[in-house]
Write a protein that binds this ligand. Structure first.
Ligand code: CMP
Length: 139
């Protein structure tokens, strides 16, 4: 099923470096509507659950540690072709490879501290949105 929603987090590096406002501005200027938004903090346990799909990867431990190191902003976003358009807006996972003008090019620090998360499929957008938001918290 193709939907018009994606899920994102502004990661601890971008929150700590004061980029929440600029990133939300870039997201809404690109035509995304915010369906749900939450300022919160992951624990090692909840970060581990969120990234369970990467549990076997060598970077998993560092990823979980980093993602639970400070507050994040979780959002569900809506736009036609949301998954693909959002991934274009944020740029490559490694900021060293992210195209000029993308969110990761402008605000990311490293491959772990890469400013934002973006869902890679409709199915994962649904799962990830459900992880943070109840039905009553989105509309
Ligand atoms: P994200 O899109 O949130 O999903 C998994 C995260 O793992 C990714 O962003 C990166 O921040 C982090 N990561 C660290 N090393 C790697 C790697 N070699 N390949 C992919 N993701 C990595």
């Amino acid at each position: 099923m193709t939907t018009n929603r994606t899920f994102t987090m502004i990661k601890p590096d971008a929150v700590a470096n004061g980029h929440i406002g600029a990133i939300i501005n870039d997201i809404t200027a690109a035509g995304f509507k915010i369906v749900a938004m939450k300022y919160t903090k992951l624990t090692e346990e909840t970060a581990g659950q969120f990234y369970a799909v990467h549990a076997a990867r060598p970077f998993y431990k560092d990823l979980v540690s980093f993602m639970s190191s400070g507050p994040i902003v979780a959002m569900i976003l809506e736009k036609d072709n949301a998954i693909e358009d959002f991934r274009t807006l944020i740029g490559a996972t490694n900021p060293a490879d992210a195209a000029e003008g993308t969110i990761r090019n402008k605000y990311a620090v490293s491959i772990d501290a890469n400013a934002v998360h973006g869902s890679d499929s409709d199915e994962n957008a649904q799962i990830e949105g459900d992880f943070f938001f109840t039905a009553a918290e989105r509309f």
